[in-house]
Design a binder for this molecule. Structure first.
Ligand SMILES: Nc1ncnc2c1ncn2[C@@H]1O[C@H](COP(=O)(O)OP(=O)(O)OP(=O)(O)O)[C@@H](O)[C@H]1O
Ligand SMILES: CC(=O)N[C@H]1[C@@H]2OC[C@@H](O2)[C@@H](O)[C@@H]1O[C@H](C)C(=O)O
Length: 373
């Protein structure tokens, strides 16, 4: 595997993402020149075992120390096992696992050593995508928006559209696909909407030993507690203008807001909080989107999708409606971003992270030390 990727032309990149919900690692191939999507390729998934998940979760909110080291080893090993299955790869985009994110104070930490993966897999690896943006005053997140822009154009969407990712945390990208460069003023506005599945996962894990509320079955039986919902919406985060981003556990106290409720009512209320955070986010869009396309695991929850349909003023559908794969979009995003980094193209801009000027974040590590270009 692995050959020089050059400055132009279409290459095969493999993107890998380990998200905040800690279910596992997603990996996907993408053929691209870093500007346009040429072709989507094979994808793969490796779930974390319960023990691995515990080791990673023990590192959440920490910046260094033995828990961080242990989490990094688990993340790296899981990626090594999964990424080694792919062939014909020119470049890997390795996001790693976010353990802590506080861009204005400490910075942002994604663990897993991309240089070690490059050496072991024999392919150049682009990693540490967020630090350069944070150093230039940006939030370091979200980074998928440049890829959402390429997706909108690939899908032939003409009017303004929203991409809503519902993982552990929610993030919205407003795209004007009529503007051809993602870094051009007015093409993108992006930010985290609030907590998505993380508080609900934590609740059902703690109370029922379940990983998540499969199909929204629990929430469907419950009633939303409007008092708790109002307290949640009083959080200043929602009215704050973008740019803004969140750490996984920034809203951990939400689970306390529902602690007195029955399992079903608590699940219904946390699900409603996710949808309400998204509804609040719409006020920040430069123009109303013609529709919102949902990606990430939350789109598999019909109760959440129904709540979104009721609370947004435009049609809401899974990204599959325009031919995209909502389980792999983030992995594909880091394949796309890796090619941009290797070619010196920006990966974030003032509209996506609040960074001072468009910047390409990421370190390129080579298997043997030569220049990838
Ligand atoms: N069938 C389902 N029913 C209900 N919820 C689901 C279903 N499938 C997935 N989910 C939810 O989606 C979550 C996984 O989403 P996803 O893989 O997009 O998260 P992530 O990539 O780890 O997070 P992030 O985007 O915040 O980094 C699960 O933990 C669960 O809460
Ligand atoms: C710091 C960090 O890892 N943030 C994640 C997280 O998960 C969802 C949301 O919060 C988003 O801001 C980001 O991930 C996606 C892939 C992004 O950067 O676009």
């Amino acid at each position: 595997m692995g050959r020089a990727i050059g400055k132009t032309g279409v290459v095969t990149a493999l993107g890998a993402m380990s998200g905040t919900s800690l279910d596992g690692v997603d990996a996907a191939l993408l053929r691209t020149d870093g500007r346009q999507i040429t072709e989507f390729g094979k994808s793969g998934y490796r779930a974390y075992t319960a023990a691995e998940r515990r080791t990673i979760a023990a590192g959440f909110g920490k910046w260094h120390g033995p828990e961080v080291e242990a989490a990094a080893r688990v993340v790296e090993d899981a990626h090594r096992a999964l990424l080694g299955d792919f062939e014909g790869v020119d470049l890997i985009g390795f996001h790693g696992q976010t353990l802590a994110h506080a861009p204005r104070t400490h910075g942002t930490l994604q663990v897993g050593d991309g240089a070690a993966l490059a050496r072991d897999l024999g392919v150049p690896v682009v990693w540490d995508f967020r630090s350069a943006d944070v150093h230039l005053g940006g939030e370091g997140a979200p980074l998928a928006p440049f890829f959402h822009h390429a997706c909108a154009r690939h899908a032939g969407i003409e009017g303004p559209v929203g991409f809503l990712n519902l993982g552990g945390v929610g993030n919205l990208t407003w795209v004007d696909p009529a503007i051809d460069a993602p870094e051009a003023e007015g093409a993108l506005l992006a930010f985290d909407t609030g907590p998505a599945n993380a508080p609900l996962n934590d609740l059902v894990q703690a109370r029922l030993g379940m990983d998540f509320d499969d199909g929204g079955r629990l929430a469907r039986r419950g009633t939303v507690e409007t008092g708790a919902l109002e307290l949640f919406l009083a959080e200043p985060y929602f009215a704050r203008m973008p740019p803004k981003s969140l750490d996984r556990n920034d809203f951990a106290e939400m689970v306390a807001l529902v602690s007195e409720l029955s399992d079903a009512d608590a699940a219904a209320t946390l699900t409603a909080m996710c949808a309400a955070g998204v509804a609040e986010a719409m006020q920040h869009c430069p123009r109303p989107p013609e529709r919102v396309l949902v990606t990430g695991g939350g789109r598999h929850n019909p109760v959440l999708m129904q709540m979104l349909g009721v609370s947004l003023d435009c049609p809401v559908a899974a990204v599959e409606e325009v031919g995209l794969d909502g389980d792999m979009l983030e992995a594909q995003a880091f394949a796309f971003l890796a090619v941009r980094v290797a070619r010196g193209l920006p990966t974030s801009c003032p509209g996506t992270t609040g960074v001072r000027a468009a910047v390409g974040g990421g370190t390129v590590s080579l298997p043997g030390g030569a220049d990838p270009a």
